[in-house]
Design a protein around this ligand. Sequence first.
Ligand code: COA
Length: 384
Amino acid sequence: MNIGIDKIGFAAPDFVLDLADLALARNIDPNKYKIGLLQSEMAVAPVTQDIVSLGAQAAAAILTEEDKQTIDMVIVGTESSVDQSKAAAVSIHGLLGIQPFARSIEMKEACYGATAGLSLAKSHIAQFPDSKVLVIASDIAKYGLESGGEPTQGAGAVAMLVTANPRIMVLNNDNVCQTRDIYDFWRPNYDKYPRVDGRFSTIQYTDCLTTTFDYYQKKTGQSLEDFAAMCLHIPFSKQGLKGLQAIAKNEETLNRLTERFQEAIVYNKVVGNIYTGSIFLSLLSLLENSRALEAGDQILFYSYGSGAVCEIFSGSLVEGYQKQLDQNRLESLNQRTKISMEEYEQIFFQEINLDETGTSVDLPEDPKPFALIQVDKHKRIYRK
Ligand code: COA
């Protein structure tokens, strides 16, 4: 049975910061971000836009009423949870009005969580071919003011509907994983922002890729030459490019895959890091910006989550996949509100003030269809 991605949607907050402004404010050459990291802008979420509202917005953009009546599992991959116990998927299930007899869970393993969600969704559909699974990757990447990771922040969510006979991409059965017990990026419960050993994390990213890809080749008999494009985890675009360069031994293959890679980072460059969603944002970028792809083409994926777990897998494009996409997405991204450094420091790092009953005071008004409108006695209330 063919199982895979039938629909894919994306949501980013309306605010955007030009990294040239960040560089100027931090007394850094803007080319370090533009050329050194291959990033130009970052999405900035206000306090009223969290992983729940962004995830709901991404999913609402693709789901029909019929989908909502058929979905029986909602999986949210995230590492920026709003609650230690209640899954964001439960809130999103409620906001979207999905039929009640569904399982809703959150999955965590740094930037890898949603890839595990995709695998679980595939297994579920193999067992129940008539059902549909909603997989959401939703994150707010916040490293803190003047931190090493500050230029690699971002916010956004990707939603994917996983079904039998999908209309975008069939997921192949060639998944290979690796687990390494390391501390390259982590966030203890008592910390607001992650702790990151930046250089170590970049080395681990690439080493996990080369060693897992060696194993993948031995296990499947496939090589890079078999693929029309590669989508990687994109904490910042240069990292993905370095990953590709680390495994492409043949010059012609490297040149061909680098052309596709440039198409696969169009959105990531202006959204920034969205942790679990960044590999799927890269897929969306590739599919909506490449004119070189065609049905039947094989796409290779490298998902990496610090800590660390990675997975290499692949998918095959379905005839007519272009009809499921949005060709005006870049235009919409270009219409986001550009904010100043002062606004960025205020908006992105604003905290929710609670009174003695745990109810929010002076939470800003947010007109978005999905937004946090109040915290009422420690319960987060969203606009439906
Ligand atoms: N013009 C052009 N390029 C420049 C430059 C300039 N003026 N100044 C620096 N660069 C280049 C550097 O040469 C380097 O490129 P290279 O790695 O290809 O050599 C790149 O910009 C980054 O410079 P570096 O000195 O390594 O930056 P940094 O010490 O500030 O750290 C990160 C960069 C990514 C490690 C840091 O942003 C971080 O910790 N991010 C979060 C963790 C992360 O995303 N990890 C990824 C794996 S999950």
